[in-house]
Each structure stands twice: as C-alpha cells, then as structure tokens.
Design a protein around this ligand. Structure first.
Ligand code: CMP
Length: 148
C-alpha cells in the first residue's frame, strides 16, 4: 500500500485535556508512525497563514484566535494511505457527526474546538508539512515488528 505523509495538529483544547498520549496511541495502533513532532504555540500570523484558505469564511477569526490560544502539537504521520487513514481516525470535522470511537467523537466539544487537524489531500499534506517542518526535521524509520 502507498506510504504517505500527512500533517497532524493536536489542537489547544486536546493539549489542555492532556490527551496527547491517548491520541498518539491511536495513531500508532492504527499503523501511523510519528516521523516529526514539535510542540509550540502558534502566533496569530502563523494561524492566519496556515488557514489562509478559509480567510473569507465566517469562522476564520474564531479559528485563528482558538489556534493561537495555547500550545499545539505539530506532527508528521507516515504510513499506508496516511492522509485518508488519519482522517478516518480523527472522525468528521463536526464532532456531532463523528463516528463512534474516533478522536473527535471522544475528545472534541464542538466544530470550533475539534481536538485535531489533519491534511485533507496528499497535495495539501505536502504544503502543510513544509509550512511547519524542514526536510531535515522529518525522520525515517520502520516499525520493528519483532519488538512490538
Ligand atoms: P480543521 O480540520 O482544523 O480545518 C479548519 C477548521 O475550521 C476546522 O477544523 C474547524 O475546527 C473549523 N470550523 C469552524 N466552523 C467550520 C465549518 N462550518 N466548516 C468547516 N470548518 C469549520
């Protein structure tokens, strides 16, 4: 199956709930490897630029304000069909519509505070990864199935 990389953001609400470990457990259990990670607090400008595609949407200001309100965990996830797989593990954008057992169903309060972000296509994944990470910050390894 096609190995892909995708960008994941554990958002300020999920960081504040102290569920980073549980979220990453789910990624790893489903076959995604964390190949880059950075904990930071986005500036307003970074959040505006990252979500620039939504700048004309009514929720843009609230989104920028929320995403720069506290620390986030930025990660690159790698694995088979990583873009679609990550979106499946996250669940629908609106937690009210997210399937049972998904991250958003379990940890998100609302569409505005929805715990995680994940790239929605391979092209966007490449752009989003390069927005936050240099190529040198992304590592390579394979799962050691003898130890797991
Ligand atoms: P995310 O996957 O990070 O991408 C953009 C974010 O905007 C989305 O998650 C939601 O948290 C937020 N948002 C708020 N309202 C909407 C909406 N009506 N449609 C899509 N995204 C929304």
């Amino acid at each position: 199956m096609q190995q892909e990389k995708t960008l994941s953001i554990i958002k300020p609400d999920a960081v504040a709930k102290c569920v980073i470990g549980e979220i990453n457990r789910r990624f790893e259990q489903e076959g995604l490897r964390i190949v880059a990670a950075k904990m930071t607090r986005l500036t307003k400008k970074q959040a505006e630029d990252f979500y620039g595609i939504h700048k004309d949407r009514p929720f843009f200001n609230a989104l920028v304000s929320f995403m720069s309100s506290g620390p986030v965990m930025l990660q690159v996830l790698e694995g088979p069909n990583a873009v679609a797989l990550n979106r499946q593990i996250m669940g629908a954008t609106n937690p009210k519509e997210a399937a049972i057992g998904t991250i958003r169903a379990d940890f998100a309060e609302s569409i505005d505070h929805n715990a995680v972000h994940g790239s929605d296509s391979l092209d966007n994944a490449k752009q989003e990864i390069s927005f936050f990470f240099t190529p040198e910050e992304v590592v390579t390894y394979v799962k050691n199935t003898e130890l797991a």
